[in-house]
Design a protein around this ligand. Structure first.
Ligand code: MCN
Length: 760
């Protein structure tokens, strides 16, 4: 049993090198001037006073970027919408051109000898605006008289998307004994990684190379996106990062600030460094969720689910983030009907533009939208029928022997045991003991509620065609792994070393992982969609096995034996039946470079699933909600490192609970200003939020990859969002509250209770 992760010692002793820790000789510093309004025409930008300020080296605007030939940030979708509609991408320049479209939109980059000088000078840039009306919610944006965010998107809709079998679903609803409906609002959140965004941009004029040190979830993805903006091939771009202080999806994409910094570095012939502030995280990081779902469930006379349909409206913000459209379409419907055996399923999703920060991935990246819409609806239906929510679900689960199972949206679940997961979850939660716990809480004057979710999610298939890895032996006998995924909290240094160390029979401590650096040119997928282990870990496993095969011939030579007589085990090549052997490490040392491996392959999506059960208590006098017990029973296939997996589930559950109970990004409806732009107004969850967390595993190994592993990084949040909110709603219903939307902050809960009391 490991005592900790390989990366922990470095991190805990302050030796982690985060993005803002990088320096280059001659570096200058950047500050961004951001729009202070939600929607306006830019009439003029006067930088003359700023340019005269001490230490200022340059000021660049959207016009300069356009003149310099930098293109728009990419955003694409491999599928079409209803009636063959193509995604409308109105484009996003590195700095605003002609118009600002959200409060925080970057208008100019100011470069100076110090960061403070750049900040002072930014205040001297004078921008003349003509204000335009703004829309902040998707519902406002699609109203017939709404102002247009982009001229290219009529009605502010960039895509009207659909998935599933509409006709079959209509027929199921026509024949239903009962139809249950529920509208839910999945709120808007700001991810808030520990490290605010930062970059160090440099241009090498001689070699025509761009170098970007940046917060990234994977160098390859960022290089490709940069290539589209800079108009140079990816080989001309290096993306470099060691520690990145958290990703959570919002460090996946390229950001306009990085492009503007590269532009300035090229113009000035000096490296440009930028360290964003927490306020800039709130204003200008990608935000997420913000989807309203109108859901309907068709039930037969026995209370079995025979059809489901969803009409969703997603807020994509002021510009398309590179992965925004993907996440809000395919990312949602890849588990459209959840764990239920229902072919009559259909979803329509409209993607709307608003004058708010652009929206993209946040842990779960679409799947929590589906699990929230579906699992809130299913629980509601159980309550409507007066049925036990677990037994109501059980009737409709996909049976264990039904795999592979293709859902109406076209995706195929390969494996699972949903009834088994449910049973284990129920046992761990002492399901039948709940009425007594509720009664006991009532005696203490508290409202106790219980909620569950039986959910499934699809791990990312990956955008890049292959995941390349490399393994190189070093002169000191250690092995360096190169992988396209970036580790920023997930513990890849440990788990990849476990996989490779296990296959090669070498101590994992002698293996070092590299995921982005100046020498880095691998093609592959960034960390995202919880696919790192199952996809890149699997490629590493195969690469290690290939290395052993390659070593057979070298070992036969070294041991002066026939190749057929050589066997490998515990890190040594041995002549079968003798004690004559040589370690793989020694063999690599004798033949420098010959045992190094470059290997590529690709493994697709898996379908981790689980049953999560939350119990909460509400203190009616204050509206305070406390999670008093939480059971997460998950099927993540084969597990490589239990400690890390537990940490991942715990973090994910807490992230979902944070959104359910406290976090909320609010834009003012009239002015379009972000009202929750600091930790004073935006309540992040704290470590103690999810007490009594009990984790249970019900692994069903997948055959889709050689590790038999399913992803786990996003399972916690996909399960906890609906489970926690179902528990809150269950508690509130006892006091007569009918409708309640997240987050369950004390004030909102208290208000809901008061209103219910005054009604009765
Ligand atoms: N693992 C395992 N056995 C399994 C599955 C996973 O031992 N059956 C291990 C893996 O080897 C890895 C970890 O668990 O060390 C997570 O693996 P995986 O599910 O493959 O997810 P990724 O590594 O691809 O991480 C991505 C996922 C996503 S998409 C987000 S967002 C997220 C997350 O993980 N952001 C995080 N977890 C995070 N955790 C931290 N601390 N910080 C973030 O930014």
């Amino acid at each position: 049993m490991l005592k900790g992760r390989l990366e922990d010692d470095r991190m805990l002793t302050g030796r982690g090198r985060y993005v803002s820790d990088w320096h280059l000789p001659g570096e200058a510093h950047a500050c961004f001037l951001r729009s202070d309004r939600a929607h306006a025409e830019i009439l003029s930008v006067d930088a003359s006073a700023a340019l005269r300020a001490p230490g200022v080296l340059g000021v660049f605007t959207g016009q300069d970027i356009a003149a310099g030939g930098f293109k728009s940030l990419p955003a694409a979708l491999p599928v079409k919408g209803r009636g063959g509609m193509e995604l409308i991408n109105p484009g996003r320049p590195a700095l605003a051109q002609g118009r600002v479209r959200f409060a925080g939109d970057a208008v100019a980059i100011v470069i100076a000898e110090t960061a403070l000088a750049a900040q002072d000078a930014a205040e001297l840039v004078s921008v003349e605006y003509r204000d335009l009306p703004a829309v902040v919610s998707a519902a406002q944006a699609v109203a017939s008289d709404a102002p247009r965010v982009h001229d290219a998107a009529p009605g502010n809709i960039v895509l009207d998307y659909e998935s599933g079998d509409e006709a079959r679903t209509r027929a199921a609803f026509d024949s239903a004994a009962r139809v249950v409906k529920l509208t839910v609002d999945l709120s808007r959140v700001v991810a808030n990684p520990m490290e605010p965004r930062a970059c160090l941009a440099a241009y090498d004029a001689q070699g025509g190379m761009y170098h970007l040190y940046a917060c990234t979830q994977g160098a390859g993805t960022m290089r490709n996106q940069l290539s589209a903006v800079l108009g140079v091939p990816p080989e001309k771009i290096r993306v470099i990062a060691e520690e990145v202080g958290g990703g959570f999806g919002v460090r996946f994409n390229l950001y306009p600030e990085y492009c503007a910094a590269l532009f300035a570095a090229k113009q000035l012939g000096r490296p440009v460094k930028w360290t964003g502030t927490r306020s800039e995280v709130f204003l200008a990081d990608e935000q997420a969720r913000c989807v309203t779902s109108n859901g309907e469930l068709a039930l037969d006379a026995n209370g079995r689910i025979i059809g489901m349909r969803f009409d969703m409206l997603a807020n994509l913000g002021a510009y398309l983030a590179p992965t925004g459209p993907f996440i809000n379409t395919l990312g949602i419907v890849n588990c459209l009907s959840g764990v239920y055996d229902v072919q009559a399923a259909y979803a329509r999703i409209r993607l709307a533009l608003t004058n708010t920060a652009p929206m993209a991935a946040y842990r779960g990246a679409g799947r929590p939208v589906m699990s929230y819409a579906l699992e809130r609806l299913v629980e509601h239906a159980a309550h409507e029928l007066g049925a036990d929510p677990a037994e109501f679900r059980r009737k409709s689960l996909i049976p264990k022997n039904a795999f592979p199972y293709r859902i109406a949206a076209g995706f195929e679940y390969d494996s699972g045991d949903f009834p088994g997961v449910l049973d284990k979850g129920l046992a761990a939660a002492d399901w039948s003991g709940f009425p007594a716990r509720r009664a006991e809480a009532a005696r203490r004057g508290r409202l106790r509620g219980r909620g569950m979710s039986t959910f499934i999610e699809a791990t990312g298939a990956g955008f890049a065609p292959q995941d390349q890895v490399e393994m190189r032996w070093n002169p000191d006998g250690t092995l360096t792994l190169y992988a396209p995924t970036h580790s920023h909290g997930q513990g890849h240094e440990t788990t990849y070393a476990q996989v490779v160390g296990g296959a090669l029979g070498v101590p994992m401590e002698s293996i070092r992982l590299r995921t982005a650096g100046p020498e880095f040119y691998l093609v592959g997928n960034a960390t995202g969609g919880s696919r790192s282990l199952l996809a890149v870990g699997s490629v590493l496993l195969l690469a290690a096995q290939e290395m052993v095969k390659k070593g057979m011939a070298l070992a036969a030579d070294a041991l002066e034996a026939a190749r057929a007589d050589i066997e490998f085990g515990n890190g040594r090549f041995r002549i079968k039946g003798t004690d004559r052997s040589i370690s793989i490490r020694e063999l690599a040392g004798r033949h420098p470079g010959e045992l190094d491996m470059a290997y590529a392959n690709k493994f697709g999506a898996t379908f981790p699933n689980g049953c999560h059960i939350a119990e909460i208590e509400i203190e009616p006098q204050t509206g305070e909600t406390e999670i008093v017990s939480y059971v997460a029973c998950d099927d993540a296939g084969n597990i490589i490192n239990h400690q890390i997996v537990e940490g991942q589930v715990q973090g994910g559950v807490t992230q979902g609970a944070g959104q359910a109970l406290s976090e909320l990004a609010v834009y003012d409806r009239d002015t379009g200003q972000l009202l929750t732009g600091s930790f004073m107004d935006y309540a992040m969850p704290r470590a103690g939020l999810v007490s009594g967390l009990k984790l249970v595993a019900h692994p069903v190994p997948t055959k889709l990859n050689p590790l038999g592993a399913k992803g786990v990084g996003e399972a916690g949040v996909t399960g906890s969002l609906p489970a926690v909110m179902n528990a809150v709603v269950d508690a509130l219903q006892q006091a007569g509250v009918k409708d309640f939307e997240m987050p369950a902050t004390p004030l909102r809960v208290w208000n809901a209770l008061r209103q219910a009391a005054s009604r009765s």
